[in-house]
Design a protein around this ligand. Structure first.
Ligand code: SF4
Length: 618
């Protein structure tokens, strides 16, 4: 293809002028490159942030392998170009291209965006525009690829409904095969693009927004959501992979330093703890564990195939893995054999015992991360993370006794029913932890505290609550900054406006599509990047569309309000979430549901047993 050669020539001439040319050249060790003409279906896996951030994404790595393992298909990758390359492409009218073959994106049959969070939305629009693909779904024709999107942000797809042809809701491993079968079949029969999208909509877990009509009340809340294309499919049922496949690590070795420069192995999906603010914990239910044997086998082969010297075991709650002690012991042996570092993010105090600490001791003494989330026992009950203060201190003492010198603590502010006493509680808790650490490790101890703002998310018990208002949050930040300054403890705070934008988009509806478009048109991109984020652009876009953002952020919802995402069925019933919200108002906690099922809906909706999850089965 002449255009590919032109892109290669363009890169030869210009790569030297951009930061980190390694972002755009591809050709990484273990890259898969197939002959374009030898396969029928061509997929571009797109991540709407730069290579450095998107490269480690495990979902993309998984799909890359599944698709390329098929004889009839190929998958190539593309990441958002950074501002310098973006300008270069635009100024020279060069289309965005895939890393592997440098093929312009518009020649692929399918573009699959992975969108983990909402502040990437404008980058999706920007990548479509750079690819010379119409941004609005309704403007695409038979010559354009089908644009699909998945990832956590898709669980409320409505703000992006106008730009994405079809959303994948839930796990991607099985449905991607079905999507490729449909597309291949349709290509053979030369079926028109819109008909292909219609056929995709019959797959479980596929949401085609153009098939749905949303009616509003006068007060702008939703009256009802209906499927005008097929009366059979009212709600979209999330896809779940009942038994996790052998974990595939990202076997590509990055060209440049990336954010998580290590082999990541998924050991568990889902979480049974029921923290009321946590969207991932609800939408990824039920808990499924990877078999112990498969984890060590995958780890060994990934280390041998990549030569990367650091391994991370991924899950929402690593210490809840049912064979955690054996797992750490196996991983520690492998670490010795291959001289590896390994990290265990997402450890929980409730399930983190001395045995686990003893298995890790001597292997690694990096940061130890603990997430109490709230400063008082009362507030931790409201959010259903009921870790008694004393248990936190005891864990810290034990960790320090074993030689850890760096502890990182995560908190959130803006929870419902939060008072200044809870905010003071954060400071007091940190002071005591700092005291324990310094006393035990004689001044070598360092404490870092990260404070975030609660962003109420769809499909959680807190989907009914308001995002805390500006005055309140600033007052709490100011108090914390002043008090922490006296202690010497290092803290970090988010940008209020960035949190506000995420809050707006995460519970938004279809009326926000035009706002996203207008903001992008007016230069919004890389909104998750402090140096690029411009809130004024968003304010202008909201104003020109006569949209009051507080309707989405600052308004507590009525119990019976129809939400924009109500037709997306995660398997967890809305009644359960409401009950949980009501329990939170009474500070009532619930137990880890692996021991006692709370009937959230997953078991009945999916006909499976998940209360006693053990390796390899649910
Ligand atoms: S069905 Fe029961 S055990 Fe399964 S996730 Fe829901 S509450 Fe937990």
């Amino acid at each position: 293809m002449q255009e590919i050669q032109e892109i290669k020539d363009f890169l030869d001439r210009n790569l030297i002028t951009v930061q980190k040319p390694g972002r755009y050249v591809g050709g990484e060790f273990n890259q898969i490159i197939k002959n374009w003409d030898s396969v029928d279906v061509h997929t571009a896996l797109a991540f709407p942030d730069i290579y450095d951030i998107g490269f480690p994404n495990l979902g993309i790595a998984l799909l890359y392998k599944i698709i390329n393992d098929r004889r009839d298909s190929l998958a190539e990758r593309v990441y958002a170009p950074w501002l310098d390359m973006d300008k270069l492409l635009s100024d020279n009218n060069v289309p965005l291209f895939s890393l592997e073959s440098k093929t312009p994106l518009r020649y692929f049959d399918l573009i699959g965006f992975s969108i983990p969070y909402e502040t990437l939305y404008t980058n999706v629009l920007n990548m479509l525009n750079l690819s010379h693909i119409p941004i609005w779904s309704q403007d695409r024709n038979n010559a354009d690829p089908i644009v699909i999107a998945g990832g956590h942000a898709s669980f409320n797809p409505e703000p992006m409904h106008a730009f994405i042809d079809a959303f994948v809701i839930g796990d991607g491993e099985e449905i991607i095969e079905e999507i490729l079968d449909v597309i291949n079949n349709c290509k053979t029969k030369q079926i028109e693009r819109q008909e292909v999208i219609n056929l995709l909509s019959s797959l479980e877990g596929i949401y085609v927004p153009s098939h749905y009509t949303v009616k509003y009340h006068q007060n702008k809340t939703i009256n009802n959501i209906s499927n005008h294309f097929s009366t059979d499919k009212k709600a979209i049922t999330k896809r779940i992979v009942k038994v996790l496949p052998t974990p595939s690590a990202n076997l590509l070795v990055p060209n440049i330093k990336v954010v998580h420069d290590r082999i990541s192995i998924e050991i568990m999906r889902g979480c049974s703890r029921g923290c009321r603010f946590c969207q991932a914990g609800m939408i990824m239910r039920p808990v499924r564990e990877t078999r112990l044997q498969d984890i060590t086998t995958s780890m060994r082969s990934a280390v041998e195939l990549t030569g990367i010297g650091e391994v991370s075991l991924l899950s929402l709650s690593t210490s809840d893995y049912s064979q955690i002690k054996e797992l750490i012991s196996n991983v520690a042996l492998l670490s010795e054999e291959y001289n590896l570092n390994f990290s265990l993010p997402s450890l929980r105090i409730e399930s983190f015992n001395s045995d686990v600490i003893n298995e890790i001791k001597g292997k690694r003494k990096g940061n130890f991360t603990i997430a109490p989330e709230a400063g008082t026992d009362k507030l931790r009950s409201i959010i259903n993370k009921p870790i008694p203060e004393q248990a936190i201190f005891d864990t810290v003492q034990e960790i320090c006794n074993k030689g850890w010198n760096n502890i990182k603590l995560y908190f959130m502010i803006g929870f419902p029913q939060e008072t200044m006493l809870d905010i003071e509680g954060i400071v007091n808790l940190c002071k005591e932890i700092n005291y324990i650490g310094k006393k035990t490790n004689k001044g070598r101890f360092k404490l870092n505290v990260s404070i975030n703002t609660l962003i109420p998310k769809a499909h959680t018990p807190f989907q009914w609550v308001n995002f805390d208002d500006y005055d309140q949050i600033i007052k709490k930040y100011d108090f914390l900054r002043t008090e922490f300054r006296k202690t010497g403890i290092k803290t970090s705070f988010p940008d209020y406006k960035a949190s506000f934008l995420e809050s707006l988009l995460s519970r938004g509806d279809r009326q926000l599509s035009q706002v996203i478009y207008d903001a992008w048109k007016n230069s919004a991109k890389f909104d998750a990047w402090h140096e690029c984020f411009n809130f004024e652009v968003w304010e202008d876009a909201l104003k020109s569309n006569s949209i009051d953002p507080y309707f989405y952020t600052g308004r507590p919802r009525n119990d019976d309000e129809v939400f924009p995402w109500d037709h997306i069925n995660t398997g967890v019933n809305k009644e359960f979430l409401l009950l949980e919200y009501k329990r939170s108002k009474k500070s009532k906690t619930i137990l880890d549901c692996r021991e006692s099922c709370l009937n959230c809906g997953i078991q009945t909706n999916y006909q499976l047993i998940c209360s006693k999850v053990r390796s390899g089965r649910v």
